[in-house]
Design a protein around this ligand. Sequence first.
Ligand code: HC0
Ligand code: SF4
Length: 579
Amino acid sequence: TVTATLDGRTVTAEAQETILACARRHGVPIPTLCELNDIDHAPATCRVCMVEIESPGRDSAQLVASCNTPVQEGMTIRTRTRRVREAQRLQVELLLADHNQDCATCVRHGNCELQDIAQYVGLHTNRFFDRTRTLGRGIDTSSPAMIRDMTKCIRCQRCVTICRNGQTVDALVVTGTGIDSAVGLHHGLSQKDSTCVTCGQCVMVCPTGALGERDETDTVLDFLFDSEIVTVFQFAPAVRVGFGEEFGLPPGTNVEGRIIGALRRLGADIVLDTNFAADVVVMEESAELLGRLAGKRRPTFTSCCPAWINFAERHYPDLLPMLSSTKSPQQCLGKIAKTYLPERMGIDPARIRVISIMPCTAKKDERVRPQLAENGVSEIDVVLTTREFARLLKRQGIDLRSQEPSVFDNPYMSAYSGAGAIFGTTGGVMEAAVRTMYQIANGRELPQIELSQLRGFDGARTATIEVGGTIGTVKVAMCHGLRPTRDLCEAVRAGTADFDFIEIMACPGGCVDGGGNLRSKKAYLPYALKRRESLFAIDRSTAVRQSHNNPQVQALYRDFLERPYSEKAHHLLHTYYTD
Ligand code: HC0
Ligand code: SF4
């Protein structure tokens, strides 16, 4: 360790500890913009974290970037002198010189790290702004999921780092030089044509409005205020435990009832639960898996995560035959809501529009897959990320904190089991499927419902499960985040992986930390575990904890689909993938 003086205080620092890290440990704030400790990113490009130091043996004080300068023995560090404050302010002013200044219309308005920093350094005028400087950098609107507005890029390169090191997709690259530099896709491709899988992790770390989802709140308002249209809303398993934070509620608060209440206040005609469809997916996927195991086809990959599907299609097309053909819960719900539901409720299916609320950007991409439309009718009509849903409520003057909770009342498609509820966290799909496979194999319920051996949080986990009965032993793996996923795909490709069933979630944490959730400034995914605990608590509190015991799922099969993997179920609820 070394000893130094920090704002007049004697402190100790670890060897090679940066001034920034040491200051943080001692509760001394230093503004930063490009740095993001959670993803091990400190490129020192923004130069906002300036401090003044005096080192033994040097006469004059120097200004240095604190994020990449180690503390040295005997160093004097000052973080708040006038010289420091002026240097920081000038840096931010220079960053704003070629930054699109339409803040009032920005997707990040009121929630922008650059705005926060401008306030922190006390910047009240902007002498150097020149709109023409941003024009050449362009806006990429090619992706159905996200918009890349390089007129707002501050070149922090967090997106490049998360895409390359975190997700191993490596779609992004720094383009241009000097004032023209920005971030683009490799080979000058558009987002849509690139190797990007729309996982949205780059959006989660972007400090400004340069990266964001495609905002579709207006489409939803059009639907809501069209009396000819019957609006059917669904929200994903993870949304209910991540959405409250948008309105300042503690992380992980279960706001299911308040979301239902808010949707009714918006004017939703029918409120359904994606959890119901997750139960249906368990029925289909279990039947499919058992058939594949009987035919000695292994492994089978889950197919409910659309960024994982994109990843498989674009990066491992040879593995596509191993993907389950079962559509995702989002898509199954849409399909059932446009076939079974109108039949039951006596509604003209042509009047129905299904609106999904998802913690995910890739679900927007999934919605427009050509193979998920029949005779020109999409299963899902619009997908809102959790962030957009918050925006929609705010646009309509609804505050979730004061919203009275309500309950699901649709008798056909809103009941769910605990198994459906845990889909939103890594390992949840696997656990849900095992509960049902056990019952199929043995004709009785799994004695211990919670499978703790599946509940770890490492990026890749494996387990051997004694399902017994007609199935015997099942070897499973679960990955979350695309780095461990890539490693597993390589092993499967090389023939060295020995698994029957593999669950993949492209976002670290699974959907509870999906790329459509609120962006937590200065931290990467800080709430996953709290949200996950709430999902497990929901599971414990449900009357029915296995998908096959969900009475509405039983009715769906009895009255409409006949049985899991029937011809009708296959036609409606299964799909294919293309490279
Ligand atoms: Fe998920 Fe899903 S669990 S992908 O993470 O399977 O987005 O929450 O809605 O479809 O159910 C997201 C979450 C879903 C789907 C479900 C699956
Ligand atoms: Fe990379 Fe995901 Fe962002 Fe696409 S969405 S650029 S894959 S981090």
